[in-house]
Design a protein around this ligand. Structure first.
Ligand code: IVH
Length: 674
């Protein structure tokens, strides 16, 4: 290709890719498959490799710089970055409304309501549409230069798109990390034995202040614009709603949770509505911000000290609270793993009383230097189990050394007193009691009855405990010899419930081989492996006879899992239980006829929320077509199907060059294959 021809093509590609990014990140409406997108990217990289003079700073290939910076320099904001006044209750909100209505001499006001992101404020300067610098808020006048890192955030456009690009624009917004991104990052950090972040905000802050942009590029950061600073351009921006719409048109992501609100009552309702949905949002918020919508009215109201009179943050209760860790107890799981659990002095965290929090494992306790008696930060976000985030070391001194105790992992199981061992390279300690340990036995029965295993309707945790404690069952095989009369004699169990349970047990007998294998609870044999085994062998007898060498030839089954399977079927106790279950009438269809399934041997990952199908439906569909559906993306993954708010798995797929499908393309693909 000639240089001139290459120049044109590179320019066209850059524009096209920027437009696709805009559709994807800002409009949330991708118009091409990821495959096509990757092809365009590769073509641009190829041209720029051949003709390096054609590389521009706003090229989508230039997001991640090659060399780290030596320090974070200072950047002066053109217009200072202000803070916000707070309100904590309805009265304070009404007082705010009254105050400004009086100042403006108006009877009613229109506000723009939006979520208050719990992240880090940044100021991004665009000159003639090009991203020039990005800086943290700092003291409001001067911040730290984090341009090299902000450039790596995929939602931040390197150049603005659309009409009437301003000569100068300071975009104000927040860098955040989603809950999903945060959890994935901490898991990765844990695996690498590196620093665990206390909350998404800290993780975002740490990521944004890196010297090496390559590190930041691997951190799942997002960005939302919520306003502007300095501005020179032709478009007349007369209201806050105007500004947000215009920012979006220029390619900047703005929150979808913004609403124009007429009067204070509408604001209060909006605050309650967002509050109710707080835990469902993809990222942390700590309140709702209300801004007087008309810019002329904003001007008239002006500022007090460092905060505008025309805006207020109506805060939510914090997700983190301080309390005392009274004790650390140990719970025994199905596989014998001992999990330390913190018993806390009861504390209300965002509306829920928290008395327990997980401590994961002994390494985590050491890493966080948690001791019994410590005052700790406890965090509860969304549906996740409350967590001890950090210790307040200063308060340890107050307590006096005598009241602070180190936690020691017990050397015998607190339930069955069997020995506790830790295998080399493993973080967990385990009770070796197996099913003779009542804790493990109960968990094994709970697993057996669970929805994805034998799916025994109405047989919940409490009832299983009651059944074992009353001596009616000791193993899963006993379930099928329960009599209605005996059941009905149990406390809190009537004739009707007993009848229902017997019916549910009966119904569960008609199952599938893969469910049955999964229900056995063999160590590290999850749904996916159970399915693989069922598909490969099609008979329980053959699985029982398989050797480790044979099992290891199956993709996805490594030496450890192979050994777990073989050891399981070597134990007489297990074989006896299986025998009893089969005699009780558990059965499945033996599909001897080999059906050629279109997706057999292919591996899919589903991520984000789908609109037309649920993730579970999509999964079942794929499985019925022979595909394997796994939870994490690796080089072996063939397709990643992504929905809304897809996070790190999606990014990983892009990184590894794996074909990604949005829901529409996915549905088309399965329709076609059918
Ligand atoms: S507007 C002139 N809008 O809150 C008004 N701020 O306490 C300036 N923040 O440092 C801020 N979400 O980081 C505004 N939707 C939002 C916001 C928001 C989060 C943060 C921002 C700022 C702090 C002010």
């Amino acid at each position: 290709m000639q240089l001139e021809q290459a120049r044109h093509r590179a320019e066209a590609l850059r524009q096209l890719i920027n437009k696709l990014n805009y559709q994807y990140y800002v409009l949330d409406a991708p118009s091409v498959s990821d495959n096509e997108y990757d092809k365009l990217m590769r073509e641009l990289v190829a041209i720029e490799t051949e003709f390096s003079v054609l590389i521009t700073s706003d090229s989508p290939t230039q997001r991640v710089g090659v060399t780290p910076v030596s320090e974070l320099k200072e950047v002066k904001h053109l217009v200072p970055m202000l803070s916000l006044g707070n309100a904590f209750n309805e009265d304070e909100m009404r007082a705010f409304n009254k105050r400004i209505k009086e100042k403006l001499s108006v009877s009613s006001l229109v506000f723009s309501g939006e979520t208050k992101f719990d992240g880090l404020a940044v100021n991004i300067l665009y000159e003639n549409g090009l991203l020039i610098t990005a800086a943290t808020r700092g003291d409001g006048s001067t911040g730290e230069d984090v341009t090299h890192n902000v450039r790596t955030i995929p939602q931040v456009p390197l150049c603005l798109v659309g009409e009437n690009i301003p000569q100068l624009l300071e975009v104000r917004g927040e860098v955040v990390m989603t809950h999903k991104g945060f959890a994935a990052l901490n898991n990765r950090q844990r695996e690498k034995d590196e620093k665990i972040f206390a909350n998404p905000r800290n993780a975002a802050a740490g990521s944004l202040r890196q010297l090496d942009p390559k590190v930041t590029a691997e951190r799942p950061l997002s960005f939302f614009a919520y306003g502007i600073g300095d501005y020179k351009g032709n478009t007349n921006l007369t209201s806050h709603t105007n500004i947000l719409r215009q920012l979006k048109e220029w390619g900047l992501p703005v929150s979808t949770e913004t609403k124009s609100l007429d009067g204070i009552d509408a604001c209060l309702d909006y605050h309650a509505e967002i509050g109710a949905r707080r835990s469902e949002l993809a990222h942390d918020i700590d309140g709702v911000v209300f801004k007087v919508n008309e810019i002329s009215q904003q001007r008239e109201l002006g500022f007090v000290s460092r905060a505008p009179r025309w805006a207020i943050a109506y805060k939510f209760p914090p997700l983190e609270e301080i309390t005392q860790l009274l004790d650390i107890e140990v719970q025994v799981g199905r596989t014998g793993a001992l999990t330390p659990v913190a018993r806390l002095s009861p504390v209300n965290v965002a509306g829920v009383t928290v008395t327990n929090a997980t401590l994961h494992n002994i390494d985590e306790i050491k890493r966080k230097d948690i001791k019994i008696g410590d005052w700790v930060y406890v965090r509860r976000a969304g549906d996740v189990i409350p967590e001890v985030v950090a210790v307040i070391k200063e308060r340890r001194a107050d307590a006096g050394e005598n009241d602070i105790r180190e936690f020691i992992m017990p050397t015998v199981c607190p339930v069955c007193e069997s020995d506790v061992v830790r295998q080399e390279g493993e973080a967990v300690y385990r009770c070796i009691g197996g099913l003779s340990c009542s804790a493990q036995n109960i968990q094994a029965i709970i697993h057996f009855a669970s929805r994805k295993a034998m799916n025994i309707d109405g047989l919940g945790d409490k009832l299983i405990i009651q059944l074992t404690e009353s001596g009616l069952i000791t193993t899963v095989a006993d379930l099928y010899s329960l009599s209605q009369e005996k059941l009905a004699e149990l406390e809190r169990m009537g004739t009707k419930s007993a009848e229902n349970l017997i019916a549910a047990l009966d119904k569960s007998k008609d199952t599938t081989l893969e469910r049955f294998i999964y229900a056995m609870g063999i160590r590290e044999v999850g749904e996916a492996t159970a399915r693989t085994l069922a598909m490969k062998y099609k008979s329980l007898d053959l699985i029982e006879q398989a050797t480790t060498e044979e099992l290891e030839t199956i993709s996805d089954i490594g030496p450890v899992v192979a050994l777990n399977i073989v050891s399981f079927f070597k134990q007489k106790h297990n074989l006896e239980i299986i025998q009893r279950l089969l005699v009780a009438g558990i059965h499945w269809d033996n599909k001897d006829d080999e059906i050629d399934l279109v997706f057999s041997g292919m591996s899919f990952v589903l991520t984000g929320s789908l609109q037309v199908m649920t993730r579970d439906e999509a999964k079942q569909k794929l499985i019925s077509m022979g595909a394997k559906v796994t939870g994490s993306v690796s080089k072996k993954t063939n397709y990643v199907v992504f929905g809304e708010n897809a996070g790190s798995k999606y990014e990983k797929a892009i990184e590894l060059g794996i074909t990604t499908l949005n829901e529409e393309s996915f549905i088309k693909m399965i329709e076609k294959e059918k």
